[in-house]
Design a protein around this ligand. Structure first.
Ligand code: ASP
Length: 345
């Protein structure tokens, strides 16, 4: 386990009535600057106190305690890091009105969803980052951090699961996706849309909090490897035939459209589904996998009849996280099937 540094209190106004926010920093573009000899290329370097100092308005809305949890590009985070983060947030959130996590945007949708699976929703937890680093014109990190703190400090944010705030927009972890390489509006929630906005410093939610089936049971073991395979035009079963030998304990298939694969992949998928959970998602990125519309070999109805697990409207990235956690909690294929069903309904 990697130790993280102790925290500092930023309380410029010394106002004990302001909400208390714990801010866990993990690195990413929001904290990335150039260093000597880097030729202007940036890497995560700014600590939590530095991030807070760059946004004087924070002192008017919260008392913030920062925790240096990691300082990495988000592609270097692991599932164990996320599990440790969830434990740290759980341990501390009783002392705070809200929690903010800052990290790189590349894996933010996965971290936020994994936290959502693991945490109670009593204390708001908001994940944010930046698309433009602090050396760029129009850097978005300060505004995103301010918005995230304003949402985390709000009572209205409680009970909605883990939230993502980017570009003054509030997203549910379950739906949010990074859908652009560089735009400050990269984060969207295809399908159901976002939950609300931050307007003049106030969170405005468009809907009441909906029912949540999480948190999941605490994992009993390490999170087993789950493969994620995107089916492509002209695909065949070569990789599928290696999945078990490579040591994977589960598979998520991002199939065409409503949940379809080429007929030449069908027997390998059916055989795999007899020895490990094989979860059927769609590569389209929104909408629910069909169940009973098409009847050709490789259709959704055919694959489900061969034992594949219906993922509902979870995308492949999120289905992979859910499957890993269910396997780590000791669930076998039939329990996994029931868990995905209750999650998807
Ligand atoms: N481009 C990334 C970011 O937005 C880098 C990372 O994910 O760490 O932070």
């Amino acid at each position: 386990m990697q130790a993280y540094e102790s925290s500092i209190i930023v309380d410029a106004l010394n106002t004990p009535t302001l909400p208390r926010i714990a801010m866990f920093t993990l690195g990413g573009t929001i904290a990335a600057v150039a260093s000597e000899g880097s030729d202007g290329r940036v890497a995560p370097q700014i600590d939590g106190a530095g991030l807070v100092r760059a946004v004087p308005q924070l002192a008017q809305c919260a008392r913030i305690e920062t925790v240096e949890f990691r300082r990495v590009p988000s592609g270097d985070l692991t599932l164990d890091d996320v599990r440790e983060l969830a434990d740290a947030v759980r341990d501390q959130c009783g002392d705070y009105d809200g929690v903010v996590v800052t990290q790189g945007t590349d894996t933010l949708e996965e971290t936020a969803f994994a936290l959502d699976l693991l945490l109670e929703s009593g204390t708001p937890v908001v994940v944010t980052g930046a698309m433009r680093n602090p050396t760029m014109a129009g850097a978005d990190g300060p505004a995103n951090l301010l918005g995230a703190v304003q949402v985390a400090a709000s009572r209205e944010a409680a009970g909605r699961g883990v939230l993502v705030v980017m570009n003054d927009t509030i997203h549910a972890a379950r739906w949010v996706r990074k859908t652009h390489t560089s735009s400050t509006a990269a984060f969207t929630s295809p399908g159901p849309g976002s939950l609300g906005v931050v307007h003049e410093g106030e969170p405005r939610f468009f809907s009441v909090a909906s029912k949540r089936l999480v948190p999941l049971a605490r994992p009993m073991s390490d999170i087993p490897s789950v493969a994620l395979v995107r089916v492509v035009l002209g695909d065949d079963d070569r990789f599928l035939r290696q999945v078990a030998a490579l040591g994977y304990r589960g598979l998520v298939v991002e199939a065409f459209g409503g949940g379809h694969v080429p007929s030449r992949m069908v027997s390998a998928l059916g055989e795999l589904a007899q020895i490990m959970p094989v979860v059927l998602t769609s590569r389209t990125g929104s909408g629910s996998v069909l169940t009973s519309t098409y009847g050709f070999p490789g259709s959704e109805a055919d694959l489900l009849a061969r034992g594949l697990v219906w993922a509902g409207d979870l995308d492949g990235l999120k289905a992979r996280l859910l499957l890993g956690w269910l396997l780590a909690s000791g669930e076998g294929t039939e329990q996994v099937r029931a868990s995905f069903r209750s999650f998807g309904e």
